[in-house]
Design a protein around this ligand. Structure first.
Ligand code: NAP
Ligand code: HSE
Length: 438
């Protein structure tokens, strides 16, 4: 029988885990449960044990002793087992087995812990409604910023604040690629391949480099911070695929680093959410981030600014976050998924970010008289004022030109970019990156 939640949870009765997914994170969880059995029991007042596991391939050699656990052929069956109290979903994907098994677990009276940001970004509100109606909890600390306890910080530590803004570098793979391109002077394609060899990339690499994974995370934090339904499809999104080593060098010449930066804030017009490459000052906290490290900045009306920094991925850090949720449930704490009952979360009014900022523009111009003047005319027509402009060495008939604008809006930049082909001097689509003084 599945055990009832409540005070009985703290009475020394074992808490039984079923783990679906035995990859990087799943095996990390197994190792913590095995290594820290005494510590976990001391902290929760009850033994925490694994009863059943599943993955796709039973014969795969895994870096842990799994002999004491029942192997189950599929995740839905595992989720329904009577000897499982917490169903831990570590398979990934926002449909298929992850979605089906999570629903099966809730329907069978289990609490759920997951690291699956894609699933929650797409179905978080519906799943939270279902869980809360059934009296079950869904916790997801590991889904955002790996080992950094950002979900708990927002849900618990900052619960007394009206949240103003959430910002972050939340995809370790992108940060690794950008910093490695810079430190080794290597082109994007080569570092992307390195990241693949190192096993950093998600099964679909576009989730990382397309900014989607980081946008999933941002949308989950925004839901908690602003009491809204998860609104991933309205995140203004741009990946890092068009950032060149030259962009990184030129940003460096101007005292900036390029980061995939997420910002979510509630304004008078509605909820702004963007995850885009930005230039940030080299000496700023975001500018000093290297490799797979993540950083999240939380701003509340009473507390001011909190900065959280740490490993955003990997076996140990992510399993650490999963176990924090297990311990929370074992202690009898039962929080609504997004920090307030799901039925009270409101539909956000999505708003485009309109706050002006300077922009970095890289254009490939035909190297002929009058070319720059034509570009300057288009920018001027759109009300964009040029702060600095520089032409770099040219190849054949074209020359890279870098323009830094005074403060302007993304809309004005987009209008200008759409008009530039009509000048017949701009080759390729220009790269435009917001300069964020954070
Ligand atoms: P992974 O190494 O690819 O492992 C996935 C595991 O799920 C594998 O054991 C796989 O089985 C199993 N699996 C996949 N589809 C399945 C299915 N239909 N039925 C049963 N088992 C299935 O992935 P991971 O890196 O551990 O990530 C797991 C989750 O954590 C994902 O949601 C991911 O986004 C999230 N996450 C990961 C990290 C990280 O650093 N890796 C950080 C934060 C969050 P086989 O082993 O037999 O193939
Ligand atoms: N692919 C993700 C990253 C894993 O690189 O940050 C952690 O969520």
């Amino acid at each position: 029988m599945s055990q009832p939640s409540g005070p009985a949870q703290r009475s020394g009765v074992p808490l039984r885990l079923g783990i679906a997914g035995l990859g990087t994170v799943g095996i990390g969880v197994v190792k913590i449960v095995q290594r820290h059995a005494d510590l976990l029991a001391a902290r929760t007042g009850r033994p925490i044990t694994i009863t059943a596991i599943t993955a796709r391939d039973r014969t795969k050699n895994r870096d842990a002793d799994l002999s004491g656990y029942a192997w189950v052929e599929d995740a839905v069956t595992l989720a329904q087992r009577p000897d499982v109290d917490i169903f831990i979903e570590l398979m990934g994907g926002h449909e298929g087995a992850a979605n089906a098994s999570l629903r099966a677990a809730i329907a069978s009276g289990k609490d759920v812990v997951t690291a699956n940001k894609a699933l929650l970004a797409h179905h978080g509100h519906a799943l939270a409604l279902m869980a809360e109606a059934a009296g079950q909890v869904i916790r997801f600390e590991a889904a955002v910023a790996g080992g950094i306890p950002v979900v708990k910080s927002l849900t618990e530590g900052l619960a007394g604040n009206g949240m103003r803004r959430v910002m972050g570098v939340m995809n370790g793979t992108c940060n690794y690629i950008l910093t490695r391109m810079e430190s080794a002077g290597l082109p994007y394609d080569q570092v992307f391949e390195e990241a693949r060899q190192l096993g950093y990339l998600e099964a679909d690499p576009n989730l990382d480099v397309g900014g989607i994974d980081a946008a999933h995370k941002l949308s989950l934090l925004a839901a908690i911070a602003f009491g809204t339904k998860v609104c991933f499809d309205k995140v203004e999104l741009e990946g890092i695929g068009r950032i060149s080593i030259d962009d990184i060098r030129r940003a460096g010449d101007m005292g900036y680093k390029i980061k995939l930066l997420g910002v979510a804030q509630m304004t008078g017009r509605g909820l702004e959410q963007r995850m885009t490459p930005c230039l940030v000052p080299m000496a700023s906290p975001f500018g000093t981030l290297t490799g797979g490290t993540n950083m999240v900045v939380l701003e509340g009306d009473s507390v001011g600014q909190i900065v959280l920094r740490g490993p955003g991925a990997g076996e140990g850090p992510t399993a650490s976050a999963v176990m924090s949720d297990v311990v929370e449930i074992a202690r009898g704490t039962r929080l609504p998924t997004f920090g307030q009952p799901a039925c009270t979360l409101v539909d956000p009014i999505p708003a485009k970010a309109t706050a002006p900022a300077p922009y970095y523009l890289r254009l490939e111009l035909l190297d002929k008289p009058g070319a720059l003047a034509k570009v300057a005319t288009v920018l001027g027509d759109e009300g964009i004022s040029i702060d600095r402009m520089r032409q770099y060495g040219h190849e054949n008939t074209s020359a890279p030109v870098l323009i830094v604008t005074h403060k302007t809006t993304r809309d004005a930049i987009n209008h200008a970019i759409n008009r530039l082909p009509s000048t017949n001097v701009v080759q390729d689509v220009p790269v435009a990156i917001r300069i964020e003084e954070v």
